[in-house]
Design a protein. Structure first.
Length: 450
């Protein structure tokens, strides 16, 4: 079998002891499951409230702000009203008591309205016309139920941010087929160090909180996170659910797979609590996150490439994804171990078909019950398996079946000396041009304002 999940651990090496105390975290040991559960709900690890931290109210749904109906998409006239910041009847948005909603609330709801149609930023007139005609901003047919679900969804206070750091499939393949435990450990440590480096970078960017009556003062502070490393790809299906109050939400459930593909990745949870130098604790200024996700990912990939190259593992930049790829792994082998990247819902439908059922005809409760039963049976089968095989053996057999003979990717004699700073900057500049061009082309599609 692959290694068990790495224990959840705080970045306790440099965690401010004052913040650890406010969050009720004992940095001398790994977090326990119940402590993690409490932290993920915005509480201290012991389940108590965080002293001095203001509890935010849930965000209103787009439908409640603009007075949208429960069924059907808004008409062209109603879309026009929404884009000008008014209710669908043309009136000013108000709360349950009749008080006019702040501009900040209305603007946020309008952005979420556009996002439901796939339009971020300022859409052009063509995108607006598409939305008015009941289509997505891009012009493709819209799924009315999906859009309505998004428009009626409420957004609870943010207790944490989850950042997932995933190595390219070539890295995971080299790890899974490594001819020795030492080589496997080298690749795994390269990934772990890259995660720590990227998390420190992200924490430096996001570790700010707003203060003052109008939130006009931004102050830097200390933050904390914990992480768990996973070793295989486990597809999860999105299932639309409703809570006891009838509010929609999404539940994610693992889809049972017969042979999981190797996939080195780490889930890092960044707690939404910032401790300032004077002892004030507040929420992160999430405006700092806008447009930075790809930047964080690039930092991780660059550090991973640097770590691998330092061990004599040749890497190159994937022109399509910007990921660090191990050069020695052929594309055909990389693709073979990417089977689970296919549409997750297709995997769920295939699983249901094997169980003699039609996935699309099942309600949400039946879908959940089917997947949970499948996951349980899969775990029991693994626990009682006595044929002596392991995931590593399965992966080696798969490689053999496609005619691939793997050998060590370590090439210590072929290490290249580190480039001088000026040369590194030049290489980085040239490598970034096509990536930036692709981002600008995407922005150009949604040029213009309301």
């Amino acid at each position: 079998m692959v290694p068990k999940l790495a224990p959840s651990r705080m970045s306790g090496l440099d965690l401010d002891p004052r913040l650890a105390d406010r969050l009720g975290i004992d940095t001398r040991r790994p977090l326990e499951k119940q402590e993690i559960a409490h932290l993920l709900t915005g509480l201290r690890a012991d389940g108590e409230t965080i002293e001095g931290k203001q509890v935010q109210r849930p965000t209103r749904s787009v439908a409640s702000v603009f007075g949208l109906d429960d069924d059907g998409l808004p008409s062209p006239e109603q879309v026009e009203h929404i884009l000008t910041g008014r209710r669908v009847d043309g009136q000013v948005p108000v709360d349950a008591t009749g008080e006019v909603l702040p501009d900040k609330v209305v603007d946020g709801a309008r952005r979420r309205f556009l996002a439901a149609y796939g339009a971020s930023g300022g859409p052009n007139q063509e995108a607006i016309d598409n939305i008015k005609s009941g289509r997505m901003a891009s012009g493709v047919n819209a799924n009315a139920s999906d859009i309505n679900w998004k428009l009626h969804a409420t957004k609870p206070p943010t207790a944490f941010l989850e950042l997932v750091w995933s190595a390219d499939k070539s890295v995971s393949t080299a790890w899974s087929l490594a001819p020795s435990e030492a080589e496997r450990a080298i690749i795994q440590l390269a990934h772990r160090d890259a995660v720590e480096f990227a998390m420190a970078y992200a924490a430096d960017v996001l570790g700010h909180t707003r203060r003052g009556a109008d939130g006009d003062k931004v102050e830097k502070g200390e933050v904390s996170w914990f992480s768990t490393m996973h070793f295989t790809s486990r597809p999860t299906a999105e299932i639309a659910r409703t809570d006891e109050q009838g509010q929609p939400y999404t539940e994610f459930q693992a889809v049972p797979v017969r042979n999981a593909d190797p996939q080195l990745h780490t889930h890092a949870i960044l707690m939404n609590a910032v401790l300032t130098p004077d002892g004030h604790i507040g929420s992160m200024d999430l405006d700092q996150l806008a447009g930075r996700v790809h930047e964080f990912g690039a930092v991780y990939q660059a550090r991973l490439a640097q770590n691998l190259c330092a061990q004599g593992i040749a890497t190159h930049l994937d022109p399509d994804t910007g990921a660090a790829r191990v050069t020695a792994i052929p594309d055909s082998v990389r693709q073979h171990f990417s089977k689970r990247s296919q549409d997750v819902q297709d995997v769920a439908r295939q699983f249901a078909k094997r169980a003699g059922q039609d996935w699309d005809s099942l309600n949400s409760a039946q879908q959940l019950a089917l997947l949970r039963k499948g996951v349980q049976s899969t775990r029991l089968a693994k626990e009682h398996r006595n044929d002596g095989t392991s995931d590593f053996a399965d992966w080696r057999d798969q490689a053999k079946a496609i005619g691939y003979q793997h050998r060590s990717v370590l090439r210590p004699d072929e290490r290249q000396p580190e480039l001088a700073p000026e040369m590194r900057q030049r290489v980085a500049y040239e490598a970034s041009l096509p990536l930036i061009e692709a981002e600008l082309a995407l922005l150009w599609q949604f040029k213009g304002t309301f």
